[in-house]
Structures are given as C-alpha cells and as structure tokens.
Design a protein around this ligand. Structure first.
Ligand code: S3P
Length: 430
C-alpha cells in the first residue's frame, strides 16, 4: 500500500458498517481453543496479520485448524500434547501473541524461542518474564527484549502477585501459567483491565474467583471445547465513532460491537466531553454486544487521569484527535504506557497531528491538548503511520477534517488489526 493520498476533506460519513472481530478476543479464542479437548468453533474471528501470528504459532505447536463456512474450527490438543516447534515462533508485530503465549507455554518441557519485528523487539518483556521467573520458569534474553527463549520447565509454583503496570497482557500471561502451577495464585491489580481471558476461560469451563481487585486461580488444565462468537472490535469501531462525531453531517451505525465495560472507555470519555450515542440490539451473554449509532456533535475539553486509561488505552490516539476539536483544553495524564505501544504513541500522535495544524504538547505521561484548532495544511503534507496501525487509522480520520493536500505514508500498517479499513471508509464516505 505504501503512501496513499487522502482526498476526503469536506465529505460526510453515512451508512452502516459491521465491525471486524475483536483482536484481543480473537487471540484468546485461538489460544484457549488450541488447548481445549474437542473441536472449538470460532465465529467472526478477526482475520488480520496479528491474529494470523497466533494461528501460525499454535500450528507450529502441533494444533490443527479447519474452516466451516466463515468459522474457524480448532482441533484442540491438551497442554501435554503440544509438540516442540521446529523453528522460532515469529510474533511479528503482535505483543498480545507474544506475552500471552509466554504464559500459556510456561510449563512446557521443551524450549521455545519467540522473535518479533523491529517494533515488537523494542517493547518491554520484563513485565511478563519477571513474574514467570518467580513461578519457576527460566528464560534466556538480552535486556528482556525479543528474541527471548523460554527454557523447558518441569514444575510451576503459584504466587501472590501485585501487577506493577495495569496490563491485561501481563495479567493474562500469569493466569494462563497459574492454571498449570502446583499451588494457587492470587493476582492483585488496583485498576481494572480488559477481562476477556477471565470471561473466555469461563466459557471453556474454568472458573476463576474474582473479587474486588483480586483474581484467585486454582490450578486446572482441563478446558472443554465450546463455540465462541467474537464481537465486533470496539477499538476498530472507535475510528468511526470519533469520525461520526467530528465530521459534520455524519450519521453512522456500527453493528455488533463488543461493549465489555473494560473496553468502552472511549465512549465514556466522549460522553464526558458532551457526546451522546444510542445503543440497539444489546445482547449480554459472555461478551456483551450492541449496535452503536453516532452522529456529528460538538465536544468540550476534559481531564483524563490514570484510572480512565486502561479502558481506552488503544483509543488514546483518537481521544487526542477528538480533543483537538473540542472547545477548551484537555489534559491527559497517567498514560505513560503509550510510550511502549506499537510506536511511542505520545511522540507519534503529537508529531503527526501537529503537522496538520493541531496544537498538542507531549508530556512524560500524556498530553496537553489545546482545543478548537482547525486542521489545515498550506502545502502538500505527508503524515506517517510510523508503522503503527492505530496511528495510521487515526490520521486517516484526521484527514477527513483537514483542508489541504494530505497523504498517508506506511498505510499498510492497518492490516495488523483492520485490513478492510480503507474499503469500509469508501463504503460510508458520501
Ligand atoms: C491487550 C492489552 C493491552 C492493549 C493491547 C491488547 C490484550 O495491552 O493495549 O492492544 O489483548 O490483552 P497491555 O496489556 O500492554 O496494556
């Protein structure tokens, strides 16, 4: 795809889109289905580069897959039937695959080496490696970055672990390892993070005890195959939610979007900034879903702090864009995790949006955003995804409200989570 011209300013967005499957839930469905006994059917699995990494990794560990219509059928093998991979497991850009698999494979008697692309190789793994070492796993790594080799393990011990970062990936890795330990584990996490692993384990017959800020895991390795319906990804819907709000005369309906409360922070913040949405056809078993309707409306600035962040961590580039168009300023703090995402999102979001005329000041743990700044460029301007899917899609939405000649470099990054993003855009642009 490379560089593409975004000739979209002045158009409105109207119509209905069905969102691709949720990325976080798709990864978990493939992993848990792989270690369940029997065949698991996954409906509406996200077909994107990141999820393909998980499917390929599980294939390299001996799991087989087939398809039935549009469903993925996973022919599960129990944890003690996985086979030693004949090659390194290539995680590509996918932090979720790498971190969750380190937990899932923690107790395997063979060594596994994880490698990743340039971006993933810069991201921190000590946060997963440290608790797993405390449980009895051994790793070979240079500075806790990929490539990382997990050595063969023969016995895991449970532990009591207070999460130093509010991270669902770390929490999930520990849960997956804890199920295979000899003794129980307690995970303490003061700020709630996405709970898809906990919910999906229940669907596979494994109940965790969740109370206040704690999760108690009693070892259990038997998972029973099931059918998983993956909801539409709220992180993908978020591009259209923000576009619908910001682009004048727009009206969009987004079908079957996952509205798990640990993921809907973007909607709560936009509501706090003055936006209104309507929800239809709500369904609530396992992972809640709804159709979301959004229209153009005006926003005012707000203050966002650490407690708000996990429920909208991946949507933060869009929150910053929305804040540039709000009346009044917005301050975001407690978001230093953005430095270690697919790009340093405090740097990339600030630099790229400021190229379009925004007035954003980066802060060590967030942003100060001056609201009410019209986006415009006087000369042809190239904005860059910086290889980060969410930055690339946010910038494409920004271009819808930017006057002047704008192109997006490294547009192919969208394939990580939303391969149909540009075709969906052409579907609703009017
Ligand atoms: C994810 C958790 C979040 C999120 C990532 C997906 C998951 O990462 O940013 O895109 O599926 O568990 P952290 O756990 O690092 O916050």
């Amino acid at each position: 795809m490379g560089k593409i011209k975004l000739q979209t300013a002045g158009k409105k967005l109207r119509g209905t889109l069905t969102m691709p499957g949720d990325k976080s839930i798709s990864h978990r469905a493939v992993m848990l289905g792989s270690i369940a006994s029997g065949d698991t059917r996954v409906q509406h699995l996200l077909d994107s580069e990141d999820v393909r990494r998980t499917v390929t990794a599980m294939s390299n560990l001996g799991v087989t897959f087939s398809t039935d219509n549009h469903d993925l059928i996973i022919h599960g093998r129990s944890l003690n039937e996985l086979v030693e991979p004949s090659q390194m497991l290539d995680m590509g850009n996918s932090g979720t695959t790498a971190r969750l698999l380190m937990g899932l494979l923690a107790n395997q008697p063979f060594a596994v080496t994880f490698r990743g692309d340039k971006s993933l190789s810069k991201r921190p793994f000590a946060r997963v490696i440290k608790p797993l070492i405390a449980m009895g796993v051994s790793f070979v790594t240079k500075n806790d970055h990929l490539p990382v080799t997990k050595l063969g393990t023969h016995e895991l011990a449970g532990l009591v672990y207070e999460l130093p970062v509010a991270s669902a990936q770390v929490k999930s890795a520990i849960i997956l390892a804890a199920l295979q330990a000899k003794t129980p584990t307690t995970i303490i996490g003061p700020i709630a993070t996405r709970d898809h692993t906990e919910r999906m384990l229940a669907a596979f017959g494994v109940q965790l005890v969740r109370e206040d800020h704690q999760i108690k895991i009693t070892p259990q390795t038997h998972l029973t195959a099931t059918t998983i319906r993956v909801p539409g990804d709220i992180s993908s819907a978020a591009f259209w939610i923000v576009a619908g709000v910001l682009v004048p005369k727009s009206a969009l309906t987004l079908k079957q979007v996952g509205i798990n409360p640990t993921r809907t922070g973007i909607m709560k913040i936009l509501q706090r900034m003055g936006a209104k949405f309507s929800f239809d056809n709500e369904s609530a078993d396992g992972e809640p879903m709804a159709d979301i309707q959004v229209q153009s409306q005006s926003l005012h600035g707000t203050t966002i702090t650490a407690v708000d962040v996990p429920a909208m961590i991946d949507e933060m580039p869009l929150v910053v864009l929305a804040a540039t168009q709000a009346q009044g300023d917005t301050v975001i703090s407690g978001a230093s995790e953005l430095h270690v995402k697919e790009s340093d999102r405090i740097a990339t979001v600030t630099t790229q949006l400021n190229k379009l005329g925004a007035n954003i000041e980066p802060r060590e743990d967030g942003f100060y955003i001056h609201g009410g700044t019209p986006l415009q460029v006087k000369q042809p301007t190239i904005i860059d995804s910086c290889g980060d899917h969410r930055v690339g899609m946010m910038l494409t939405i920004a271009a819808l409200i930017t006057t002047g000649d704008v192109s997006l470099a490294n547009a192919e990054a969208v394939n990580i989570s939303y391969p149909n993003f540009f075709s969906d855009l052409s579907e609703v642009i009017d």
